[in-house]
Design a protein around this ligand. Structure first.
Ligand code: FES
Length: 329
């Protein structure tokens, strides 16, 4: 165990030998900025004033030569080798509402939703909570390093569900889809993520997702139905009709409050398709336009889609605090 001190403050927290500065800070209830938790976004950057750290992921994309030159590190990757003094600006928005912890998780069942998305249900030790839209760092047996998967349910009965898209030749999804069986055990670290449901926001809700973004959007829709009285417009997109079938269950959550719009982006697969065509975010923007300024907007999916939506929301002058997504790129 190492002691981490925040430079020029009286804030200190413990960090286990194999833990990272970011996760230890969040476990202690300290708001350290972050988003992806896997070394991609750079939001967790800090300066090392004293001590010694190493990066769990040496090739973290967000760690630049300039960072190295200035003794800056990524909190989500930095594992202390001894007591450290670090410098970062505490972020009140990042103070965890549910403190993350590491837990054993037993796979209970697998349910195929379509040709490449399967729902995995894990029973967690300790009946832990999370907020709709959050994610867990999942370490699978025989797989190097954790993977980020968002929960799709609300954590009922101590079960965390994940709707996961198979990555062709992906090490983690090969283990999940082809090797793990009910009764097998993974390690879950969480919950994490700042794109969680703002249940108090006085606005109707728009959820936009493509492909791998289905899981958090499902959790947000379920949470919004449980915790708010707002209407919920869901937009889900894929390349072809077969990609959209996994999301069909969303329309049945509560037809009185939920609308579901499906879109496909590959015109070569459009024969017989009666839904919308185009990139899903473009369809949502075409439908809602400036009305998005009056909505609470959540999105998840491929990096290109998320970046395009973020840019479009900026162009439409949607207030930044009404836009919620985690930067997994
Ligand atoms: Fe650390 Fe994204 S790089 S949270």
């Amino acid at each position: 165990m190492h002691k981490i001190s925040l430079d020029r403050t009286d804030i200190t927290f413990d960090c286990a030998n194999d833990d990272t500065v970011l996760r230890a800070a969040l476990r202690a209830g300290i708001g350290m900025s972050y988003s992806c938790n896997v070394g991609s976004c750079g939001n967790c950057r800090f300066e090392l004033i004293e001590g010694e750290v190493t990066h769990a992921r040496q090739d973290a994309p967000a760690w630049t030569q300039k960072d190295r030159d200035r003794n800056r590190w990524l909190g989500c990757q930095a594992v202390p080798g001894r007591n450290c003094v670090v410098k970062f600006r505490p972020d009140p928005a990042a103070v965890p509402k549910v403190r993350p912890a590491q837990r054993r998780a037993e796979l209970v069942r697998k349910t195929a939703l379509n040709h490449d998305i399967t729902e995995f249900t894990f029973r967690m030790d300790g009946d832990p909570a999370f907020l709709p839209g959050q994610y867990a760092l999942t370490t699978l047996p025989g797989c190097d390093g954790p993977r980020v998967y968002s929960m799709s349910n609300l954590g009922e009965a101590g079960e965390w569900q994940f709707q996961i898209r198979r990555v062709p030749n992906g090490a983690a999804t090969t283990i999940l889809f082809d090797q793990m069986q009910p009764g097998d055990v993974a390690q879950m670290d969480g919950p994490y993520g700042l794109a969680y449901l703002r249940a108090d926001a006085p606005r109707d809700i728009v959820l936009i997702a493509g492909g791998s973004g289905l899981s958090p959007i499902a959790s947000l829709a379920r949470g919004a139905l449980r915790d708010t009285t707002r209407n919920i417009a869901i937009y889900f997109g894929g390349r072809g009709p077969a990609d959209t079938t996994a999301a069909a269950f969303l329309a049945g959550l509560d037809p009185a409050r939920v609308t579901l719009t499906m879109a496909i982006s590959d015109s070569a697969q459009a024969e017989g398709w009666t839904g919308r065509q185009g990139f899903v975010h473009e369809v949502a923007i075409a439908d809602l336009g400036a009305d998005l300024q009056k909505r609470e907007i959540y999105f998840a999916g491929p990096a290109a889609m998320a970046q395009a939506i973020a840019g479009a929301m900026h162009g439409l002058s949607v207030p930044r605090d009404q836009i919620h997504f985690d930067e997994f790129y």
